[in-house]
Design a protein around this ligand. Structure first.
Ligand SMILES: [Zn+2]
Length: 417
């Protein structure tokens, strides 16, 4: 039901069997140790026996997945992780390792996203220490003292707007949270030890709208840093830097037209350029992921955007379905805090007389994955539907779409209190 695949390389899953071999020698060792010292097995389980493989994340954009599910865009992602984050591997399946995040939580990671660690063992627990909540001239920060680079995940909550981060394998020894006057977006920061080895961090925002955040360890690995984006002082389009992503490109042509055989990659670029020009006329700064017919991988786009640090991202694609009667326009988001932008853009797109295909949440499109800025994927219309295809080929329609997306952004800003 969609334009061509966006899966990351290296996360293809084979329906393999879990390998119990990892456990066998370990269990033997367990009993041997227990018999020798006539002490409870549990005493040794944490201190001397290592019934797992220790790995650390590597590569550009390592991520965890909830399970072994798979679809056209890959399985549902739990979180992106920083590099060199320690993970305990307890099992293996095809191209993935199962990793134990805490006593009651596990996840999966692509084997290509980790390296084996042989020079250290995981301690049975780690402690958090003091926090510092402060701002510089651009962002707010929550720095959390840590003993090791451990895995985490985050969710956005709305009403009230909060960033909630779970850090796995950590028990609190945080008795000091310094909060400085320099913060502009963070209203409150606190924690709760929700399980013995899961520390939940709450960051309450001053504004209703989420503007994004980035979680990473500092260079020492002794601080987990949550960098929070601030709301612009004036809520006008001219205060934003809008990133525009023209889907596909180069050898990745995307979908093609029902009768015209027009390629998605060519038309997403036409729509993107039209939007760029329209935004410039309105005094809005823009960033383009591509301006010509070039190959650009999804990780490359993601990293380019991370470095460019836009206020928002608009990704442009054209849809395609096996059934030629399916038509209409749709917008997509991954995180609930970014939904309002996608709703505002869809509302304006529907004024063009397009069929409503819908507003889609929890979507696992790669460029919906970053948490750093609000983002909106627009599947403008269906290349596989005759009526939609005629519109897509019409330059007047390109201009109308640009105008409506601009209006959607403007409406979204107006609705932010
Ligand atoms: Zn596409």
């Amino acid at each position: 039901m969609f334009c061509v695949a966006y899966k990351y390389p290296g996360c293809v899953k084979a329906p393999g069997f879990f390998m119990p071999v990892l456990y066998l020698p370990v269990m033997k060792h367990h009993f041997l140790v227990a018999k020798l010292f006539l002490l409870p097995l549990t005493f040794f389980a944490q201190d001397t026996v290592k019934p797992y493989l220790l790995v650390k994340t590597t590569g550009q954009l390592p991520f965890l997945e909830y399970g072994l599910g798979d679809d056209r865009l890959g399985g549902a992602k739990l979180t992106y992780l920083d590099t060199s984050v320690l993970l305990k591997v307890t099992d293996s399946s095809g191209g993935d390792y199962k990793v134990q995040l805490s006593k009651y939580h596990s996840a999966y990671v692509a084997k290509s996203n980790v390296l084996q660690v042989t020079d250290k063992q995981m301690r049975p627990w780690y402690l958090s220490s003091s926090w510092r909540v402060y701002g510089n001239d651009q962002y707010d920060f929550v720095n959390i003292g840590m003993e090791e680079r451990l895995p985490y995940r985050s969710v956005q909550q709305i009403n009230p707007a909060r960033i909630v981060v779970d850090i796995f394998g950590v028990t609190s020894n945080t008795n000091w949270i310094t909060q400085l006057h320099s913060v502009k977006e963070i209203k409150n920061a606190w924690y709760e030890q929700i399980e013995d080895d899961v520390l939940r961090v709450f960051i309450e925002l001053k504004h209703k709208q989420h503007w994004g955040y980035l979680i990473a360890y500092d260079s020492t690995g002794k601080k987990l840093v949550i960098r929070v984006k601030r709301q612009p002082e004036k809520l006008k389009p001219s205060q934003l830097v809008v990133a525009i992503d023209a889907g596909h490109g180069g050898s990745n042509a995307g979908a093609d037209g029902l009768t015209s055989k027009a390629l998605e990659k060519d038309y997403t670029l036409k729509f993107a350029k039209e939007l760029q020009q329209y935004l410039h006329r309105k005094g809005v700064r823009t960033i383009m992921t591509r301006e010509t017919d070039v190959d650009m991988s999804m990780p490359d786009r993601t990293l380019f955007l991370r470095a460019a640090d836009p206020s928002i991202l608009i990704s442009l694609h054209l849809n395609s379905a096996g059934n030629p009667n399916v038509k209409g326009t749709s917008t997509y988001y991954r995180y609930i805090g970014f939904r309002p932008l996608t709703q505002a853009v869809l509302e304006r797109m529907l004024q063009l007389g397009l069929n409503e295909y819908g507003n889609v949440g929890n979507f696992n499109f790669s460029l919906s994955g970053p948490t750093e800025y609000p983002n909106c994927l627009v599947e403008i219309a269906f290349l596989s539907n005759a009526e939609d295809e005629q519109r897509i080929l019409d330059p007047k329609f390109h201009r109308s779409v640009a105008k409506q997306i601009y209006r959607g952004i403007r409406d979204w800003l107006k609705n932010i209190k």
